[in-house]
Design a protein around this ligand. Sequence first.
Ligand code: NAP
Ligand code: ZN
Ligand code: ZN
Length: 350
Amino acid sequence: METKNIKAFGTEAAEAPLKTLDIQRRTVLSHDVEIEILYCGICHSDLHSARNEWHGTVYPIVPGHEIVGRVTKIGDHVKHFKIGDLAGVGCMVDSCRECEHCKNDLEQFCDEGSTLTFNSPDVHLGGQTFGGYSQSIVVDENYVLHISDKLDLAGVAPLLCAGITTYSPLKHWNVGPGQKVGIVGIGGLGHMGIKLAKAMGAHVVVFTTSLSKTEDAKRLGADEVVLSTDPEQMAKYAKSLNFILDCVSAEHNIDSYLNLLKVDGTLTLVGAPMEPLPVTSFSLILGRRSFAGSAIGGIAETQEMLDFCAEHNITADIELIGVDEVNNAYERLLKGDIKYRFVIDMASLK
Ligand code: NAP
Ligand code: ZN
Ligand code: ZN
């Protein structure tokens, strides 16, 4: 298969810093689009993967699944994109297309395992897929999203993961007017959760461990903000919430949040710390509560979320950086020192 050499930014080992790498992309096949990458967000999953915290990383790895760019080439049979169009790529670049989940627009739960944008087996070139910290990417058009030209493009990039990962569970659990919804952890995911839950009409209560974020959370759309490290503040919210979206990237106490749910309430985990999270039986039994999880969203739902954000003028709050700042950004992410998403200006990759 014909390939093209491009520059990327990744790492060859869990302990090594990220650096410029040379990688190959396939030249477009008949259903592919080639996208020049303009912006790529930094998700905490990039860091978990680059450092092998989930124990499945194959090196070298090029992270990045919050990709926005412009179409530079299309295959002969591409129907929905033309050269020059804006385009987005999220966490998946392919799936089997035949299982019940793929047929029901739930490609993220593909029985064969969807092909993730990075660190998944690459059926075309062998080896692993390489993500968005790179100059360009080639993806089947069925897994490419349309991007509105109305919004700031760098602020749109994080919607491709942080946006859909919070939108999908908020929709699935019918969040809307008349409901009190808790959002736990104001990082990349959490801050999008606040904006989206508010736009869906819910009353939003935000839980943060960071005193410095309490004022800002209201600007993002929170109706109430709780410092979760203060037991007195937490006690006031016992049995008061219909739904909680937990966006925390590290080990934390789930029970203390389950107890804030009303009868029949649900706590949905989207944060993905590696450590098990213990749950006390009575936190569930007394209140018929549910403890659930959710992973990104399907391709059709990702487009729906992007259209919703364009309609409601929603983008991420970002700090735009060059690739030379990525290693430092990872350190700051671990300290929660980012309001609220790093986005790489890919023009800085030379
Ligand atoms: P992030 O920007 O680093 O945000 C995580 C937030 O969690 C922090 O800002 C902080 O919020 C809170 N936090 C961090 N350490 C904590 C601790 N020890 N105790 C309590 N709170 C803590 O990360 P992100 O990119 O939003 O990703 C969040 C998690 O979701 C990651 O584990 C990521 O891998 C996962 N993820 C899952 C999916 C999915 O499909 N389910 C998709 C994308 C990402 P405060 O300062 O407000 O407390
Ligand atoms: Zn992500
Ligand atoms: Zn499938």
